[in-house]
Design a protein around this ligand. Sequence first.
Ligand code: GAL
Length: 662
Amino acid sequence: MRRITERLGGLAFGGDYNPEQWDEQVWKEDDLLMRQAGVNLATVGVFSWALLEPQQGRFDFAWLDAHLDRLHANGVAVDLATPTASPPPWFTLAHPDAMPVTADGTRLTHGSRDTYCLAAPGYRQAARRIAAALAERYGAHPAVAMWHVHNEYATVCYCEHAAAAFRDWLRARYGTLDALNAAWGTAFWSQRYGAWEQVLPPRATQWHHNPGHTLDYRRFWSDEALAAYREQRDAIRDHSALPVTTNLMLPGYQVLDLWKFGAEVDFVGIDHYPDAPGIDAAADTAFGADRARSFGGGKPWLLIEQGTNTVYSPSGTLPKEPGDILRHSLGHIGRGSEGALFFQWRQSRAGAELWHSAIVPHAGPDTRIFREAAATGAAVAGLGELAGSRVHAEVAVLHDADVWWALDTRGLPQVDYHAALRRAHRALWDAGVTADFAHPEHDLSRYRLVVAPSLYLLSDAGAASLRRYVEGGGTLLVQHFSGAVDGSHQARLGGYPGPLREVLGLRVEEYRPLGAGELLTLSDGSSVEGWSELLRAEGAEVVATYTSGVMDRQPALTRHRFGGGTGWYASTRLDDAGYAALIGRVLGESGADPVLAGLPAGVEAVRRSSPDGGSRSWLFLLNHGTEPVEVAVQGYDLLTAVDVGPAGLTLPARGAAVLRQG
Ligand code: GAL
């Protein structure tokens, strides 16, 4: 990424560019408007397979040559994509066996995108071939600054190719069928496998699947996607030394183990589309950005896609509010993104996404959207000195794909892991504290506070890591339904949360999910819903008890000194005020500070620091509210080129500032 920002002379600004959908007159206007908008990086070729390889093995690069030359002449660098997320129709007819099969046995066909089986040899070979051909042709093209493999790996398949690859993966993992039978607990419901050929993907069946089976299938599929990514990456590396990455999907999708992808990409790239308007969009932006920063384990990262004007809410597509284009872009950049890219440059006239937003909307450049996007481009251009700077967090929220997949199993008591992660992050965001995400097995010692929302599955290695963390002086907050099963999805015996009992000084003997609308009260005045647990303190101090129902007088919140640190346990889902108070208390006890104390609600502060240990830093202030706000800070505002002195700063309604300090 450093090489990219050096080459761009600062942060990246631009987006997906699909010139093949337009004609020469529009290309000329694109050149002009890209200059006006400050575009310096365009993602090209994401969905161009049918044009690049109109027939199997026959390539046509002339049209792309012309666009890359034009972009280069116009001062726009290219993020060149491999088009493998959308195979052309000829591919389907040549490789019918490479079309994906759903869990209920339906084989899909072309007509949309993402229609391929990642495990099909025909697909993998074709993907490698087009990636290699592109890299060979454009590896030395002066426009190309980076490689973008595929688009949002997501399709899951249950076909025979997938079944064969799954069995290979299982053989490598377990060695013997006996070990597999033991791990999956196949003694239950007479599921014992007597030959490898009997093992299938978890296809449609009569009732609940075996949870070990479904968990392993999701692990396998993520590994298969990673293998497909690696093959393309390596094919590119044979011809080019430029950085290679892929664009990872929104926070709500969990097909991939993003920690593993983070280890294999040269830098992390994400797409992010908020799922609610207003302040929730801002919080969701921070959630997506903090995840992206974390998955690379210290690598730089880049926002590869966002909408200019769209919020994809569960009730439908909603417009963003004025000022959101700038504040959402800065929301990502403040949390470490080395730029802000959009999907897409020009809104399509035809095709499945003709109503998805763009920098140049259907109405053209004389629009609020284009003006705001161009103003954002100018703002990003003024932030070049931030390239390479880092975000430092004292708090981490634990995030483990295995937990997500394990909780996403039919037949379990319902706990929504994604919602639990967002809630924990949101409470920290509301408290003004910057949070990383971390895997339970990581070294957590640099964090003052670690929050573990519903760590349902906890491996032995994860438990040992959390124990070391608390022993070493850390503050750990573990939330309900944690440590319930081991890495094979087998119940922890003798009381939950299994191997964390000693650290937390307690023993949970019974989970008591609450019915819809059922509220219990606690002695600290909060009310709780959804979940309760019958637990015994075994050394822990009881901080709050249940005060209603059959749980009356039983411990609800506990705190336990262990080694040099403290283990907190919340056995239930507190209401918002109660959860905020708990987060406030553990933050205070751990010594983790907000970025800027005393900010009114709706004003976000986040800091990037120079890599030399922070001799210089940049404070991002984002006012998501509709009233101007006075903030007692000093520094040089890169957005307005104004020195903010001792009188402080007036942050306009829906406005932003980026103050250089030090
Ligand atoms: C992204 C995807 C793009 C486009 C966009 C629409 O998730 O990568 O190709 O579909 O959504 O907003």
